[in-house]
Design a protein around this ligand. Structure first.
Ligand code: CP
Ligand code: NVA
Length: 317
């Protein structure tokens, strides 16, 4: 291991993983590379159990398939153990403060993963915890997903720096993390959303600042064709995220011209790859032909949640 990596290993220990803005491009790249290495170990039957005897608490205030299973299996493969904690069953569901919950849980656990609504809840939890807190999705960000996404891009394309990723659709938690991650890694990201559903201004600014340092770039537009032109990676997500279901009908109208379909991907590079965090709604944000077509890497991407999060847990816990 070189000096830079040894410094990174030291700097990661005990940290929270709330959003990619808190991490340097080198740290993010180190974690992605570690994910690839842990994947290789697993596939070749080499056991790697640095978290023997450690327990991860997993708080869920929203539904999950991938996040729940990949964290659960991931910590088990690393030699540790997980606890699934539904907010319906915890005392936070009855009004116990985040402060007391964080302090109490820190006395039993070695790490906490949380999926919730307000990003502030995750920040408060981390502030009052003495063990690492990992963001498993908030309304604002989904950083673990993006680690798996860029790991998948690296595996398929052999590099990250200089690639163009186009995100078409809702300016939600997914695109916020994709933007920050791209800017940290020296990638060019183009986002097409309707005016009312743009990514938050603060994230646009942060992305531009990080991109200036890394050599990446950000394009924001209303025009899906402009965003997707010559893209190496095409990404979309649901039009109505968890917690916004009652806006489904209004959003279907607002996003009617933002479907990623055969005609739109005709403007991407010939060897573009398609990604979607899943769950997907075929026939809404993406056509069946694209998501199930030859360019789609959605199940490699879903698998990589496991490996990328093992890297995060192994490094932080
Ligand atoms: N992509 C993702 O986070 O999936 P789940 O909601 O199933 O966890
Ligand atoms: N934007 C989606 C992502 C799901 C993984 C949501 O928040 O529901």
């Amino acid at each position: 291991m070189n000096m830079l990596n040894m410094d990174i290993v030291q700097s990661l220990r005990g940290r929270d993983f709330l959003g990619l803005a808190d991490y340097t491009g080198d740290e993010i790249r180190y974690l992605i590379d570690l994910g690839i290495e842990l994947k290789r170990k697993l596939k070749s039957g080499v056991s790697y159990q640095p978290l023997k005897g450690k327990t991860l608490g997993m708080i869920f205030e929203k539904a999950s398939t991938r996040t729940r299973i990949s964290f659960d299996v991931g910590i088990y493969q690393l030699g540790g153990h997980s606890l699934f904690l539904s907010s319906n069953d915890l005392q936070i569901g009855r009004g116990e403060t985040i402060h007391d919950t964080a302090q109490t849980m820190s006395r039993y656990l070695d790490g906490i993963m949380i999926r919730t609504f307000a990003h502030k809840t995750v920040i408060d939890l981390a502030r009052h915890s003495t063990v690492p807190v990992i963001n498993g999705l908030t309304d604002f960000a989904h950083p673990c997903q993006v680690m798996a996404d860029y790991m998948t891009v690296l595996e398929h394309k052999g590099k990250l720096e200089g690639l163009k990723i186009a995100y078409i659709g809702d300016g939600n938690n997914m695109v916020h993390s994709l933007m920050v991650g791209a800017a940290k890694l020296g990638m060019n990201i183009a986002v097409a959303s309707p005016d009312e559903y743009m990514p938050e201004k603060s994230v646009q600014k942060m992305t531009r600042d990080f991109a200036q340092q890394s050599g990446g770039s950000l394009l924001i537009t209303n025009d899906p064709r402009e965003a997707i032109a010559d893209a190496d990676v095409v990404y979309t997500d649901v039009w109505a995220s968890m917690g916004f279901e009652e806006e489904q009908k209004v959003r279907e109208q607002a996003f009617a011209n933002y479907q990623v379909n055969e005609s739109l991907v005709g403007h991407a590079k010939g060897d573009y790859m398609f990604l979607h965090c899943l769950p997907a709604h075929r026939g809404e944000e993406v056509s069946e032909g694209v998501i199930d077509g030859a360019h789609s890497a959605i199940f490699d991407e879903a698998e990589n949640r496991l490996h990328a999060q093992k890297a995060i847990m192994a490094a932080l816990m």
